[in-house]
Design a protein around this ligand. Structure first.
Ligand code: 8GT
Length: 139
């Protein structure tokens, strides 16, 4: 057996289903200048080197929405695994029901509160499709 260096093809991404009192989930629309432009996604982003998934998600939610989510309010919920370009996306989805502040679209085009059952009709990244039913069952 050789010790060849295996390229890291896994792309770890964290995302949040922020759930309001009516059981709706916050989605954001990806801007025109990004990959998968115009698609509706869960707020979140890539886990940077040296970060835990939870630290990365707390940072992304602050950058993208201007809200503070306490670590204890992030509940692991589901994951998705799908090819993404020359890498392989591993998307970790957390549920949060409590946060501080009012979410604003600081990076996305627009925000929208959506029931899981209504997400089937929205254009979302292919990796997110299996998460819709899982979310519907969990909420
Ligand atoms: N935040 C988020 N990212 C998702 C979702 N589904 C999905 O495939 N992704 C992918 O996961 C990656 C997240 O990266 P990012 O949000 O930090 O970075 P980015 O938009 O600048 O990505 P880019 O470099 O592809 O343009 C993107 O490639 C994005 O397309 C989702 O529901 N939420």
């Amino acid at each position: 057996m050789t010790n060849a260096v295996v390229p890291n093809i896994l792309l770890p991404v964290v995302a949040a289903a922020l759930v309001d009192a009516d059981g709706r989930v916050l989605l954001q629309q990806r801007p025109a200048d990004k990959s998968l432009a115009g698609l509706w996604e869960f707020p979140g982003g890539k886990v940077e080197s040296g970060e835990t998934p939870e630290d990365a998600l707390i940072r992304e939610l602050e950058e993208e929405l201007g809200i503070a989510v306490p670590h204890a309010c992030l509940a692991p919920a589901a994951f998705a695994s799908a090819p993404l370009g020359d890498r392989h996306l591993l998307l970790l989805l957390y549920i949060a029901r409590k946060w501080v502040g009012v979410p604003r679209a600081l990076e996305a085009t627009v925000l929208k509160w959506v029931r899981p059952a209504d997400m089937h009709a929205l254009p979302m990244p292919p990796a997110d499709r299996p998460l819709i039913g899982l979310l519907d069952a969990l909420l």
